[in-house]
Design a protein around this ligand. Structure first.
Ligand code: ADP
Ligand code: MG
Length: 397
């Protein structure tokens, strides 16, 4: 996926051009204001880069699932207010990006000005990847920049069709960063290349394991996912979260993996999921009936940390336990800290997945790793080796 990025346009005369930028401003809204500005901040490097070169910046994004028609609950107006605070300047709001008036508005903008258009999903053509809607979007710019990695796994009018109609069509700085780190890890990883997988379900991650098995040197498995593998090994798992219909797949993966899959040696177990509940640490073959695994045990944390310390590229997706309910966050924190130490020692460390990123943020460890992906589903699709339509449509290098 060698795609052209805006940085490649640095020597071209961009001054006065209208840059149509697809961002992912799908942020949580509470009581009419943006509750978390992380995604807005993630787009600032691209917006600033374009403003510094005298372009006029027109932003497109979706928000929530308004089902193809206007719905005030999903208006981007609160996002415009948050963006004004972040940029310290007024933002022009475009109510109907499909109107002739919208085109006139973008033509009236001054160099360095920024406009935000209303939710792309207010139009039925968006999710249908409708070329007619894409043409309306394309009329708002003189070049197209896609900085919405988290939306790139969807082939929508504002992410896919528009990139065929408005050229050049390039990756924004956030998008380019995602492609560099995730793509680099899969294409030419410094070795040993280690993958750490966790989370609730094996079902959503089978394709990731399939794709990574030949590429990665080892895959560490934690989270409830491990329990389905335990069941496949014939172990008693008590009332741990297991996907009975995936035990067969887990067994096949174990057979094919040839020692590449590393499972926890032991579990932290409890009879119920609560912070004040009595817990025990047991070897994996000693989980009693009525008890459930909610975290990896200390021995496994040390084992995983040692694997991480010995690797040069590490991709982590999915928490090691029910990190939302301490003390079952200990295994996840141990892995997060080990990643930080590995980064300090020169390894490239990449975290993908909404919950893993949230755990990292809650522990204040975001800056200790090389890259935290902003794409939950998109990052997973990427790790599955699938083509992301929003990326594929951009200009090749
Ligand atoms: P990500 O968003 O990082 O890709 P997932 O969505 O796959 O991660 O999984 C996150 C969820 O997995 C969390 O809500 C966490 O509580 C749950 N989980 C992890 N380990 C266990 C476990 N042993 N039992 C039950 N749930 C678990
Ligand atoms: Mg999740």
């Amino acid at each position: 996926m060698n795609k052209r990025s805006i940085e490649a346009l640095a020597d071209q005369p961009l001054e006065g051009m209208r840059a149509l930028v697809r961002v992912d401003f799908n942020v949580p809204i509470k009581d009419g204001t943006v509750a978390d500005r992380t995604r807005i901040r993630a787009a600032l490097p691209t917006i600033r880069w374009l403003r510094d070169r005298g372009t006029r910046v027109v932003l497109l994004s979706h928000l929530g699932r308004p089902k193809g028609k206007p719905d005030p609950r999903f208006s981007l107006r609160p996002v415009a207010a948050a963006l004004e605070l972040e940029l310290g300047m007024p933002i022009t709001f475009i109510d109907d990006p499909t109107s002739d008036e919208a085109v006139r508005t973008t033509r009236r903008m001054k160099r360095g000005e920024v406009a935000l258009a209303e939710n792309t999903r207010f139009f039925p053509g968006e999710e249908q990847n409708d070329p007619a809607l894409a043409a309306r979007f394309a009329a708002l710019g003189d070049l197209y920049v896609n900085d919405a990695f988290a939306s790139a796994h969807r082939g929508h009018a504002s992410t896919e069709a528009v990139a065929h109609l408005l050229k050049p069509a390039v990756a924004g700085r956030l998008m380019a960063r995602e492609l560099t780190y995730l793509g680099g890890a899969l294409r030419e990883p410094a070795r040993p290349f280690l993958t750490v997988l966790g989370g609730a379900k094996i079902s959503g991650k089978i394709d990731v394991i399939e794709n990574l098995l030949p590429l990665t040197d080892r895959i560490l498995i934690g989270g409830a996912m491990a329990c389905t593998f335990f069941a496949a090994m014939g172990l008693e798992v008590g009332k741990s979260l297991v996907e009975p219909d995936r035990i067969g797949v887990a067994r096949q993966l174990l057979e094919r993996a040839g020692g590449k899959l590393i499972l926890p040696e032991g579990a932290v177990i409890a009879q119920q999921l609560a912070s004040d509940t009595p817990l025990r640490s047991v070897p994996r073959d000693a989980i009693p009936a009525g008890w459930a695994m909610y975290d990896i045990d200390e021995r496994t944390r040390d084992d995983f940390a040692a694997h991480i310390a010995g690797a040069k590229t590490i991709v982590w997706n999915g928490p090691m336990g029910v990190f939302e309910t301490p003390p079952f966050d200990a295994g996840t924190l141990a892995v997060a800290r080990a990643l930080g130490s590995a980064t300090a020692a020169g390894a490239v460390t990449i975290v993908g997945g909404g919950d893993s990123a949230a755990a990292l943020a809650a522990a204040g460890l975001v800056d200790t790793v090389t890259h935290v992906s902003t794409g939950g589903g998109a990052a997973l699709k990427f790790l599955e080796g699938k083509t992301l339509p929003g990326v594929a449509a951009l200009d090749d290098l």
